[in-house]
Design a protein around this ligand. Structure first.
Ligand code: ATP
Ligand code: MG
Length: 487
């Protein structure tokens, strides 16, 4: 080591230069290298997909065409994996390995993996149409899916695999045992994916490298991911009288004021938000019309799909003969929305035009009975959806329309990053602040309010996904306090 000041040669342990006294960066001063990111055990679902008979293909296609076909296949398969929140981890020969659960474990990883496997089969059908027409060939795959604990590295840039363990080996073996076009899944995947999976047992399989046989199932179909199907909604509903009353009050105020209202139902996972809102809708079925949509963090749907799902049931059937005189404004609005938002949740017009058209359509829907739009899993709402709801429930929104946003108080958005809380009007999104467009009685108590403010208030503006509740007495309080009965 040399002195940084006088260049005097010094022993490597020196802390000061023996010639000029300048402090030296001895071993203690040298920054310790960053510890390697720790590996962790976590539950994941692993998917393997391989081409059947790819060697035969190399006999009929020249190398350049074969490469193009293989790349198209990888691209189509990866797109399905990524659309469901999976990570394509490796391409081995003609096989794709994907993991659901890294970097973030999600409660529905197994379902996502199965949805991806079915999506991959459909995507391959579409690709085959093209390949058959242009090259006269068809590709066939087989898929294996398995769920369980793995050791997962946290460094996505590392050269070694992100996950390793028995679960991965079994997923690969299941794939090798699947017939052409088949998806074989392990018992833990079947269990984790929930009751809407349709699969048939293959009988115990003797997998290479495993002494004991493994139970496997052939995936046939995957039902809707409606919480009512995934969880038990058939047990008798108990309690929640205060919250049911809050919903009644919110609707009554919206109707009385002939304004649009916005209501947040916020609470931890599984506390009963969805059940509460559905129970209320069932009880009030004669007093209102409603539509519902769920925000999802994955899937190939448009940003505004939850809103489109909620609005669609309120529209007249295209075959219905309209009662009364023609309404050109409503017809124009419908024409505008049908081209994008109502088709697949993709906005197709300017934001202003779309909101204006939605206002016209909702106003009309609310003529006979008040309208309730339920947007569930609001914590996963896309920023554009938040902005649209904000506008619809703002001053110029349709009258007699109540929007209920039910979600967890999570600080993560659909894309796993913290969202910046800006509303369409540029102000900070208020959690317990006054509601724009809502009648005064619909507003939260003033800042620093007394005991009333400490009560769990459902009638407040839903928190923007990704934002922590604003400071104040309601901070961190849930609209549904306590543990849900029946859990
Ligand atoms: N008041 C209640 N009476 C009986 N069962 C209830 C009640 N509230 C919730 N449950 C039951 O609790 C389970 C979870 O409820 P629910 O799916 O509504 O929770 P959630 O808050 O919407 O959860 P998540 O945040 O995951 O969407 C369901 O099986 C539901 O039937
Ligand atoms: Mg729910």
């Amino acid at each position: 080591m040399t002195c940084p000041s006088c260049r005097q040669e010094l022993p490597s342990t020196a802390r000061f230069c023996s010639s000029c006294g300048t402090p030296c960066a001895g071993p203690a001063a040298v920054a310790a290298p960053e510890p390697p990111p720790e590996d962790e055990r976590k539950p994941v679902t692993v998917l393997f997909c391989d081409l059947v008979g790819s060697t035969a293909l190399s006999g009929v296609l020249d190398p350049e065409t074969l490469r193009t076909v293989t790349l198209r296949y990888f691209e189509a398969m990866s797109a399905q994996i990524v659309a469901r929140g999976g990570t394509p981890e490796k391409f081995i020969g003609d096989a794709v390995m994907a993991v659901f659960g890294v970097p973030v474990v999600r409660e529905d990883d197994a379902r996502r993996a199965l949805a991806a496997a079915l999506g991959m089969r459909r995507a391959l059908d579409a690709l085959n149409e093209e390949l058959e027409a242009s090259l006269g060939i068809r590709l066939t795959t087989r898929v294996g899916v398995n769920t369980g604990q793995v050791v997962a590295g946290s460094d996505a840039t590392a050269r070694q695999a992100l996950v390793s363990g028995e679960v991965v080996n079994i997923a690969a073996r299941l794939e090798q045992n699947a017939g052409p076009g088949e998806i074989l899944i392990g018992p833990q995947t079947l269990l984790a994916a929930g009751p809407t999976v349709t699969a048939e047992a293959t009988g115990p399989l003797q997998l290479k490298g495993k002494r004991e046989s493994v139970e496997a199932y052939r995936l046939l179909a995957l039902g809707a991911d409606d919480p009512e199907l995934l969880r038990r909604f058939d047990a008798p509903f108990v309690g929640r009288t205060t919250e049911l009353d809050s919903l009644d009050i919110a609707l009554a105020k919206t109707v009385r004021g002939d304004r649009s209202g916005l209501l947040g139902v916020t609470g931890e996972a599984g506390i009963g938000k969805t059940r509460l809102v559905r129970e209320w809708l069932t009880r009030r079925t004669d007093a209102l019309v409603y539509g519902a949509g769920r925000c999802r963090t994955y899937g190939d749907h448009g940003t505004l799909a939850p809103l489109a799902d909620a609005v669609r049931p309120l529209l007249p059937h295209p075959d219905d003969v309209p009662a009364g005189p023609r309404d050109p404004a409503a017809e124009d609005a419908m024409a505008l929305l049908s081209g994008g938002l109502l088709r697949d949740g993709t906005p197709n017009a300017s934001f202003e035009d779309m909101c204006a058209a939605l206002t016209v359509v909702l106003k009309r829907a609310a003529l006979a009975r008040p309208v309730v739009l339920v947007l569930d899993d609001w914590h996963a709402a896309a920023p554009l959806l938040v902005r649209t709801v904000d506008r619809l429930t703002g001053g110029a929104g349709p009258g007699r329309v109540l929007v209920i946003c039910a979600g967890r108080p999570e600080g993560r958005t659909a894309r796993g990053r913290t969202a910046r809380g800006r509303t369409a009007r540029g102000g900070r999104h208020r959690v317990c602040g006054e509601e724009a467009g809502a009648p005064p009685a619909h507003r939260s108590p003033p800042r620093g309010g007394g005991p009333a403010r400490r009560r769990s208030g459902t009638a407040r503006r839903p928190s923007r996904p990704g934002r922590r509740p604003a400071p104040g007495p309601l901070r961190g309080q849930s609209a549904l306090p306590g543990t849900a009965p029946g859990r």
